[in-house]
Design a protein around this ligand. Structure first.
Ligand SMILES: Nc1ncnc2c1ncn2[C@@H]1O[C@H](COP(=O)(O)OP(=O)(O)OP(=O)(O)O)[C@@H](O)[C@H]1O
Length: 132
């Protein structure tokens, strides 16, 4: 491999490292993210137990990824606001509130996906358990 390509390749690997470090640090500092981690495990467990379709797995994967992405972006915005405006400022508050609103919207949408995907098979399973 030519030295120029090797340097670029090392740069790409380092970028992955920084990205994972960002996720690890956010997990350590943000209780919300730890809740998302638990919710992710529960959703994957439910999907396996209820044997949902490939299409439903795709919807669940997108929803999980979108909620994590929204929460990580919210954390990044909060961190930046704390750096730029440690003192009270209405615009700083608005930025944090709008970012939190984005997370809330995504979490609600993911909740709807969860209800639509898990609702019917869970209902069938519970009915079968009651009649057996
Ligand atoms: N510098 C500031 N200026 C004005 N209002 C702020 C400022 N910092 C925070 N606030 C207000 O207080 C609320 C809570 O802020 P905080 O920094 O605790 O964020 P948070 O949304 O509770 O984040 P988390 O719970 O994830 O740490 C914000 O949503 C905002 O309305």
């Amino acid at each position: 491999m030519p030295p120029r390509h090797r340097t670029r390749w090392r740069h790409e690997v380092a970028s992955f490292g920084y990205a994972f470090q960002g996720i690890r640090e956010a997990l350590q500092t943000e209780p919300h993210l730890r809740f998302h981690a638990l919710a992710t495990v529960v959703v994957i467990g439910l999907g396996l137990w209820l044997q949902v379709s490939r299409h439903d797995w795709a919807l669940l994967a997108l929803s999980i990824g979108a909620v994590w992405t929204a929460e990580l972006l919210n954390t990044a915005i909060e961190t930046l606001v704390n750096l730029v405006s440690p003192d009270f400022h209405p615009l700083a508050g608005r930025a944090k509130d709008v970012a939190a609103g984005a997370v809330l919207l995504m979490a609600l949408a993911a909740g709807v996906v969860g209800l639509l995907v898990f609702g019917p098979p869970l209902w069938t399973k519970l009915l079968a358990l009651r009649t057996s």
